[in-house]
Design a protein. Structure first.
Length: 505
């Protein structure tokens, strides 16, 4: 009897969490001997679909078949028993023990009640050799590069967990080009052996280099599954962003505000070759006084990495950064605060608001940190600042003493803005400031950004929504695959930006 072509078939998968529909009637199929890219922006549903397949989450609706047979994946351990294994971006192995011990962990061969070390090393060497890798399995795993550590994780999945389905979740995010090519050689070898590989990545170039088919999700819904060879890059980007080619052709050009294009504007921030290995390729950038610099790019393009370098969360290992005429030698958020730079982070819940603190406490947090904890802001001053920004930003609350976690998403975002505005920054970096908030709150935040620019302050505005980047930016920098792809001023349209993001320009 001929085996089914699909090793995995998922039909009508739906999954909802309180207040969020993560997946809605999604179909997905993985063939034997196929590398299948799973694509989509933040909130598309990629992670939830993989969690359903690996037993981390249970679907509200839908069915899963493995090699044509219905299965209910009860847990991650059960998924491994079924032959479904995941290798994550961060390798979950023990770097202080040998390669062989990592590969055979939990399945060590024994003789007379003790570990049979020679046999274990032989089995591990055979497992790693299957991938075409020649390394000493008796050396500690930590002696090897991240790329080799990922190969060891794959070898463990194939030999010990007997994987038929291999899920690679952002496997190249920390690899250089040579290490990535090494991984791709292994993936092609496994594909030729009949393994089904799900490849999750944000790098378009890599998708077109390695994947046979592409499935696109957006807002928890299936947009479609396509043969890679027949899907132009610009169409892939358009599908991920929720556009059609007709939409793109019909886009009218948007002219940037000419008064902001004067050649004699003062540079508040000037980056030259600024970069960090594994995070962002060296980039040149200027930010002028009274300017909104838009940053566009797909998820994983380097937008947040750029913000983190400028604000000092990460320290660059190449290039230089000059702020208000002074070269930066010490990179840290506190130093940036002192220089007049503020950052509204992308993830407001994890990195922004402190839910169990009041609105007042959240608003004065950064200002208090800049003053130092030995120069305590008295309660009268705290209340004065909190009420000032509650009124300025229209934060809907009965009191400054309301806990932030009880506010709506839009009001939480305004509290974060209030926190940084209270420090009176000259440069405000906003990473996805309007994500997940209602239309009215979006408009208010966009209006505020333009008001700040009119007052002479500068803003780096990072957003995956091209309309708002075009609407309020004086210049736009486009990032792709953690590199600066282009910079636009004067006239530019939506179609040009999307073609640049796709790598067609």
């Amino acid at each position: 009897m001929t085996e089914p072509q699909n090793i995995v078939t998922m039909k009508g998968i739906s999954k909802a969490f309180p207040g969020v529909v993560a997946l809605e009637d999604v179909d997905f199929a993985l063939r034997r001997g196929e590398i299948h890219a799973l694509m989509g922006e933040n909130g598309a549903g990629k992670s939830t679909l993989i969690k359903v397949l690996t037993g981390v989450e249970h679907p509200d609706k839908g069915s899963i078949e493995l090699a044509g047979k219905p299965v209910q994946v009860r847990s991650p351990q059960h998924s491994q028993e079924l032959g479904i294994s995941t290798v994550y971006q961060e390798v979950n192995l023990c770097t202080n023990i040998t390669v062989a011990e990592n590969i055979m962990l939990g399945r060590e061969p024994r003789r007379l009640g003790s570990i049979h070390w020679r046999k274990m090393n032989e089995l591990a060497a055979r497992a790693i050799k299957r991938l075409g890798i020649d390394i000493d399995v008796t050396r500690p795993l930590g002696d090897y590069s991240v790329a080799i550590q990922q190969m060891v994780a794959i070898a463990r999945a194939l030999e010990i967990l007997s994987a038929r389905v291999l899920i690679l979740d952002e496997p190249t995010s920390s690899l250089d080009i040579h290490e990535t090519n090494l991984l791709f050689e292994v993936m092609r070898k496994l594909k030729n052996e009949g393994l089904g590989i799900i490849f999750i990545t944000h790098f378009l170039d890599q998708v077109y280099q390695i994947a046979d088919r592409i499935t696109v999700l957006r807002n928890g819904k299936l947009i479609g599954t396509f043969e890679t060879a027949s899907l132009p890059r610009v169409e892939l980007v358009a599908k991920m962003l929720g556009r059609t080619m007709t939409d793109l052709d019909a886009m009218s050009k948007v002219k940037f505000k000419s008064e902001q294009q004067q050649a004699d504007q003062a540079h508040l921030v000037e980056a030259r070759g600024l970069g960090r290995t594994g995070s962002l390729e060296p980039v040149d950038l200027e930010l002028n006084m009274g300017e909104v610099l838009g940053v566009a790019g797909l998820l994983g393009s380097g937008r947040t990495e750029l913000a983190n370098l400028i604000f000092g969360i990460d320290a660059p290992d190449t290039g230089s950064l000059v702020v208000q005429g002074q070269r930066v030698s010490r990179f840290s958020p506190l130093e940036s605060l002192k220089r007049g730079i503020a950052l509204c982070p992308e993830d407001r819940k994890a990195e922004g608001v402190v839910g169990d603190l009041t609105i007042r406490e959240n608003i004065i947090l950064a200002l208090q940190a800049r003053y130092g904890w030995f120069k305590y802001l008295n309660m009268q001053k705290q209340n004065e600042i909190a009420r000032q920004y509650i009124e300025l930003l229209g934060i809907v609350t009965p009191s400054p003493e309301q806990l932030v976690k009880n506010l709506s998403g839009g009001n939480q975002q305004k509290v974060i803005l209030a926190r940084w505005l209270a420090t009176h920054p000259q440069v405000l970096i906003m990473d996805e400031p309007t994500r997940g908030i209602d239309v009215g709150a979006k408009a208010e935040i966009q209006k505020l950004v333009l008001q700040l620019a009119e007052e002479g302050k500068s803003c780096v505005f990072i957003s995956s929504e091209l309309e708002e980047v075009l609407r309020i930016s004086h210049r736009i920098v486009v990032l792709r695959d953690r590199k600066k792809a282009a910079e636009y001023s004067g006239e530019v349209d939506d179609q040009t930006i999307i073609h640049t993001m796709a790598g067609d320009l």
